[in-house]
Design a protein around this ligand. Sequence first.
Ligand code: F6R
Length: 642
Amino acid sequence: MCGIVGYVGEKNATPILINALKKLEYRGYDSAGIAVLGNDGIIVRKAKGAIKYLVEKITGEVVKDSKNLSKEECEKAEAEYERQIEKTADFVKGNIGIGHTRWATHGEPSDINAHPHTNVSGTIAVVHNGIIENYAKIKNWLQSQGVVFKSQTDTEVVAHLINYYYEQKKDIFYAVLQALKKLEGSYALGVVCKDFPDRVIAARKDCPLIVGVGNGENFIASDVPAILEYTREVHYLEQKEVAVLYADHVDLFNEDGEKIIRKPSHVEWDLSAAKKDGYAHFMLKEIHEQPKALTDTLRPRLVIENNVPVDIKFDEFDFDENWKNAGRIVITACGTASYAGMVGRYAFEKFARIPVVVDAASEFRYRNPILKKDDIFIVISQSGETADTLEALRIAKKCGAKVIAITNTVGSSVSREADRIIYTWAGPEIAVASTKAYTTQLMCLYLLAIKMGEVRGTIAKDDYLRLLKQLEEIPEKAKRIVENQPVIQKFASEQFNKAKIFYIGRLFDSASSMECALKLKEVSYMHSEAFAAGELKHGPIALVDNSTLVVALATEPALYEKIASNILEVKARGAATLVITQDCSGAFKNCADTTIQIPECENDLASIISVIPAQLFAYYCAVQKGLNPDMPRNLAKSVTVE
Ligand code: F6R
């Protein structure tokens, strides 16, 4: 949710900032801007829309749209775009700068509301991710002092407030520290000042910010991919820490300005993970990466003897008495991650016979939640930075719960604040719509549920070993589904104009349906909903007509007949129908218009893979409509504000 970057070094900052912003575009893309400190002071350039419009504004050249181009033409256009980015160095010159890609909160997307924002004289520039909750109060006060505001943003108050304190001592570090004391809400900030042309100042509270430590150059960024090209040594700034970056070193401070000595962490990520590798979009690449991501998440947790999995073990913690005697599992998350939690609920209930509550973090945090001593509290978050999930985690800790976090992001706030961490080893997920993070979250939840069943004696030894063997085969089955992509692509080309898409299912499939419907609405903007199949006739069937596609997930053989009846009911009302199933006995042959077969697997584990055809369907519907699935409108990857 908004991406910020900063550079200080020997090179021209402009193309470096723009390239880094491109890697953060998934965090927000309604406007972008840079502020570069040159010989004549701070040069600010901003533009509404994607980063390419900023490049156009700087160079005066049109950036070619790569939509609907062949692969070859697309590569050519990309190379040309890279050249145009390099060319920005000829127009905006300076070795220090900050940049921003925006997801609007206060004020519509526009050139004026785009960051950076400056003080009145243009000598201090600020980029910001987060929300300044008391901005109206500060703005009123500054206006009463004669300050004239240009934008509708909350961020502009930060620039003027820093200026206010700067005027007291002409010390930019002092001014930033004083201003931070007055800010309520969340922020990751980058600041440059004309009178201190050797440094960038950065600070964070409740929004992620990293400092990249390079060789004769240093960086700030909201996320690692932005700077991976330049360095793998990073400081993950802690709450309320402030960093001052010079070309040759970085100083870290606490909120009182006291120096902190800390070594940077080394980032192990593969650089290619942040590139498209010949795929048209990150979303498609990430769907295809699922077999590997599932293997990487599963393998370190399986104990193998004589080539056979015999146990589950997490290096991160032991399955002690707390697991054995737990009274409840409480799962809290947002969006896709909460839908993973819904599938997890079925898994824990099935395998460990334990009651489970799944809660949207945005509800949990305001409900004065009732947590018991023997609850096991789990938060799930791909980014590890989601504001509501983070707050839910903190509330649970305050209530005395030991929090287990399932997250994909090493060094994220969730990973630092939870008591126990289980990483989904999915690699960086760039596309806004979550795919591989979701299926790897499911893998972790299944591992926990099955192991808990073994510990509590609710799974017989033979069943336990069979489930482990079946889990081991899941990545290969996921691979077979992604290879079936052309079938789904064709189906999408026939259905992408449908007005309504309903996903239905029972048990595990009803939970999976929610994620399938979310994926479709996010990237294709088609109206899609999920219903427990048995609920259809209690209301939603009134919506069904010949503009409807009903997709049934059917992975539980005992309920095939029930699903077949649901299919016949909606068909009788004009709907087109698709069944995604592992059945190969023909249970749906005489009712569904189309059947997509997924590889046979243990019924209760099928949720990990049955979602993949729906991910591909969502992707291809978006492509058919000429949309960019990687950057759906109004969305951002990391929701660091409430
Ligand atoms: C959907 C999606 C969102 C996120 C949600 C939580 O594709 O990506 O619904 O799942 O915003 O994000 P994390 O998992 O980062 O906490």
